[in-house]
Write a protein that binds this ligand. Structure first.
Ligand SMILES: Nc1ncnc2c1ncn2[C@@H]1O[C@H](COP(=O)(O)OP(=O)(O)O)[C@@H](O)[C@H]1O
Ligand SMILES: [Mg+2]
Length: 234
């Protein structure tokens, strides 16, 4: 459903991605792994429409969204859980979630989607009226995922969702990714927790210095000696 073809992405004159191609099928979880600074965030931000590739194309179900801004990619069915969560700390959990449902189609289904999000993350229901900034890191990450789901995306981009979370919360986040995906949502997962990411992924790409250097079934990559030494340090 997602097809990224040969994108080159720059920050000013500095090139961050070189001819990167990635495909994601319907209901697939696809991991993008690689060392710090490899270009993982640049890739998901490009798919989300936050960055604009200088060349190449990004298609959702055959529709070109390469030069479509973020608020429109949202309507094309793409939502992002950004690195660092980016919640509004002074706003309630409920209001943060509502922000995710800003396009018309999502707004119409808001109550129904909210129930779904609360069923995935019961803690958010308990804390709906609490200000987001007063919650633990894990709860804030759940709120950030919940907010992205409020847009009723068909493709969910997640940039380092487990960063800084306690192991038990990481388990919860990874369980939810699988649940969301079994509901037909495709997922692109960027993780520094490579081992766990590959465990729940169907396929994976290794990004090194702005280039895709390896791709294949997640189980195969998990056992690849090059990948293991590069990102797992073993
Ligand atoms: N806003 C920015 N301005 C200039 N260079 C950037 C910016 N963001 C990232 N970069 C550079 O682009 C490259 C890829 O960064 P990034 O996509 O954040 O990597 P990763 O998410 O894999 O750690 C790095 O060399 C980084 O320094
Ligand atoms: Mg990053």
């Amino acid at each position: 459903m997602l097809r990224v073809t040969d994108i080159d992405v720059f920050y000013g004159d500095a090139q961050a991605l070189w001819s990167v191609s990635v495909e994601v099928g319907e209901g697939e979880v696809v991991s993008v792994v690689g060392p710090n600074g490899a270009g993982k965030s640049t890739l998901v931000n490009s798919i989300a429409g936050i960055l604009r590739p200088r060349s190449g194309s990004i298609e959702i179900d055959g529709v070109d969204i390469t030069r479509v801004p973020t608020h429109r990619t949202c309507r094309a069915g793409v939502a992002i859980v950004p690195e660092g969560r980016r919640l509004f700390p002074a706003m309630s959990v409920r209001d943060n979630l509502d922000l995710g449902a800003y396009h018309k189609e999502a707004r119409a289904k808001r109550e129904e989607t909210l129930e779904w999000v609360f069923s995935l993350f019961p803690k958010l229901a308990d804390r709906a009226n609490q200000v987001a900034g007063s919650m633990s890191g894990g709860e804030q990450q759940m709120a950030a995922i919940g907010r992205a789901l409020m847009a009723r995306p068909r493709l969910l981009l997640m940039d380092e969702p487990s960063l800084g979370l306690a192991p038990v919360i990481v388990d919860e986040v990874f369980d939810v990714i699988r649940t969301v995906c079994s509901g037909g949502v495709s997922v692109v997962l960027v993780e520094q927790n490579v081992h766990r990411a590959l465990e729940i992924s169907d396929r994976a790409y290794l990004l090194t210095e702005g280039r895709i250097t390896m791709s294949g079934p997640a189980a195969e990559l998990a056992n690849d000696p090059t990948l293991r030494s590069l990102v797992l340090g073993v």
